[in-house]
Design a protein around this ligand. Structure first.
Ligand SMILES: NC(=O)c1ccc[n+]([C@@H]2O[C@H](COP(=O)([O-])OP(=O)(O)OC[C@H]3O[C@@H](n4cnc5c(N)ncnc54)[C@H](O)[C@@H]3O)[C@@H](O)[C@H]2O)c1
Length: 365
């Protein structure tokens, strides 16, 4: 038989639950990884092909992200094994059945993730009284609409740029992935004086060394078009975004985009990780050796979950922005100071920061 305790280590996971509800044909996995800092917050993913191992890895990432952000929350994640594009009435039935099935797992607070949205969270909240990432009408802070994660990335870039003697005013930025995270990172960074010179989506790359009008590009994207429909500038293929020389490169698309075989193509001083695990371990190490600072995902992109935690605590949008700025400013400084002092990899310094906070929380129990 499979070793069901194969993931167990000093942090968790506290619980792995497999749910099968025959009548609704619900198949789901819940991993509550660590609750030393408080009840676990983590998204509900809906996809047909998620494995227990993947849910565990995502839950562990939330443990580190929430602890690093010093939130009163542990890490968890869940998955409903189903097609997220099924008819809405069927999706609602499934999500509500899932909610009722986790009613007593009170140490897990569900949030939105790939394949679920604020409407799904509203159904869960109605069933069991707990969920984050809710619609505005029922007290939620619309984190994608306000650009919570992109805002956090801009704060992170502001601090990190000082560690590579870069002036954000006039800094050339390139963004891979122009969705919710990428668009808002561009919006907040250009408001601080940076110049967007490259942006890519799944259709291709737009390059304009003179600068791209971010408002116009966002309007174009929101109307359903690709970045390559922007009138001025060169239109290149999708992965050409990796080759554009710039000061700050922001991955905001998918995991494992930069690896040992393509990392040498990057010509930048600073990487602010918007996507989750956009660089492989080897690529992060190579960047470190080449003096390119790569700020780890769970430090840079914590804006969304910080916003969710503020919402859970009854706060509003203003409090969310203030809290994101304060926490990301503080953590980016702590991590990069450690790197400068010890020569450690930024990810190692960030993991140690998260682990220290979990240890402290344990002592308080
Ligand atoms: N939304 C959040 O608040 C949040 C928080 C933390 C982490 N993340 C992570 O950030 C990433 C982006 O999230 P999002 O919410 O912006 O998603 P999104 O779906 O809104 O946008 C993704 C964008 O990436 C583009 N893309 C996909 N594959 C690409 C490729 N190979 N090359 C270039 N562009 C590509 C898509 O065309 C799209 O423009 C994901 O990895 C997500 O897990 C999101």
């Amino acid at each position: 038989m499979d070793n069901i305790f194969r993931f167990a280590d000093e942090l968790g996971p506290a619980k792995i639950i497999h749910i099968y509800e025959r009548e609704a044909d619900l198949k789901a996995i819940v991993v509550v990884d660590n609750i030393d800092c408080g009840p676990a917050i983590g998204g509900v993913r809906m996809a047909t092909d998620v494995t227990t191992e993947e849910v565990f890895r995502l839950a562990r990432a939330m443990t580190l992200k929430n602890a690093a952000a010093d939130l009163p929350h542990g890490g968890g994640k869940s998955a409903i094994l189903a097609d997220p594009k099924q008819p809405l009435a069927d999706k609602e039935r499934l999500v509500r059945t899932f909610a009722r099935a986790i009613r007593d797992v009170t140490e897990y607070i569900p949030g939105p993730d790939m394949g679920t949205d604020e409407q799904c969270m509203a159904w869960i909240k109605e069933e069991i009284g707990r969920a984050v990432g809710l619609p505005k009408a029922i007290g939620g802070i619309p984190l994608d609409e306000i650009g919570a994660t992109g805002f956090g990335l801009s704060i992170c870039a502001e601090i990190a740029s000082k560690f590579c003697h870069l002036n954000l005013e006039g800094a050339r930025i390139v963004i891979q992935g122009f969705g919710s995270v990428g668009k808002n990172a561009a919006r907040f960074l250009t408001a601080k004086g940076a110049l967007l010179i490259g942006a890519a989506d799944s259709q291709g790359t737009l390059f304009n060394p003179l600068g791209i009008d971010v408002k116009q590009l966002i309007k174009l994207k929101n109307s359903g078009k690709s970045v390559i429909s922007y009138p001025q500038g060169d239109k290149l293929d999708r992965d050409a975004v990796i080759d554009i020389e710039c000061d700050i490169w922001i991955p905001a698309a998918r995991p494992d985009i930069i690896h040992a075989d393509n990392v040498d193509r990057l010509k930048t001083q600073l990487v602010i990780s918007g996507a989750n695990i956009p660089f492989t371990e080897a690529a992060e190490r190579i960047c470190h050796e080449r003096n390119i600072i790569v700020v780890p995902d769970f430090i840079a992109n914590a804006g969304g979950v910080i916003c969710a935690a503020v919402e859970y605590d009854g706060g509003n949008q203003t409090t969310a922005f203030e809290t994101i700025a304060k926490k990301i400013r503080y953590n980016t400084t702590l991590v990069l100071e450690q790197v400068a002092k010890t020569g450690k990899l930024p990810r190692q310094a960030a993991v140690e920061l998260a682990q220290r906070r979990i240890c402290l929380a344990r002592q308080d129990i």
